[in-house]
Design a protein around this ligand. Structure first.
Ligand code: 4NP
Length: 156
């Protein structure tokens, strides 16, 4: 099993969207039983809450189900359990670098720096913006998750 964790700030917009997109791509590729996907936030403000309804609606328009997802906070054990710990932006990444223990299974990475297009390094936070932001997030995440899927397929 390969374990993939996406991390943002609140775990109600970007990282649960990434979880839903990656879960969808893995199902299409017939790899749902080979790769486990999860998401978490660096902050604890929304723990136990469903994803932002604007994220859920934008994802549903593209066929991704986020309705069952509930927020949780990232913790030090995640670095022992996950093969990929992927931050949405620089601030999430810096938080993860500080949290990462010495015997980590995975070093944190910034998702778009490794799996995105070169011109964009951070998934912008749509929380305080308009509806367009949620589709921009989906565009970036669909693209990055495709390249992550290709890398994972090459290791299976
Ligand atoms: P996320 O977005 O990190 O993509 O889940 C946010 C959600 C909530 C807040 C900030 C960002 N907040 O300040 O509550």
């Amino acid at each position: 099993m390969i374990n993939v964790l996406f991390v943002c700030l609140g775990n109600i917009c970007r990282s649960p969207t990434a979880e839903a997109v990656m879960t969808g791509l893995l199902a299409q590729a017939g790899l749902s039983d080979r790769v486990f996907v999860d998401s978490a936030g660096t902050a604890d403000w929304h723990v136990g809450k469903p994803a932002d309804e604007r994220s859920v609606a934008a994802a549903a328009e593209r066929g991704y189900d986020m309705s069952h997802l509930r927020a949780r906070q990232v913790n030090v054990d995640d670095f022992r359990n996950f093969d990929y710990v992927l931050a949405m932006d620089e601030s999430n990444y810096q938080h993860l670098v500080l949290l990462c223990p010495e015997n980590a299974r995975a070093q944190p990475k910034k998702l778009l720096a490794h799996y995105g297009r070169l011109e964009v390094q951070d998934v912008p936070d749509p929380y305080y913006g308009g509806a367009d932001g949620f589709h921009q997030v989906l565009d970036l995440l669909e693209d990055a998750c495709q390249s992550l899927l290709h890398e994972i397929q090459a290791t299976l």
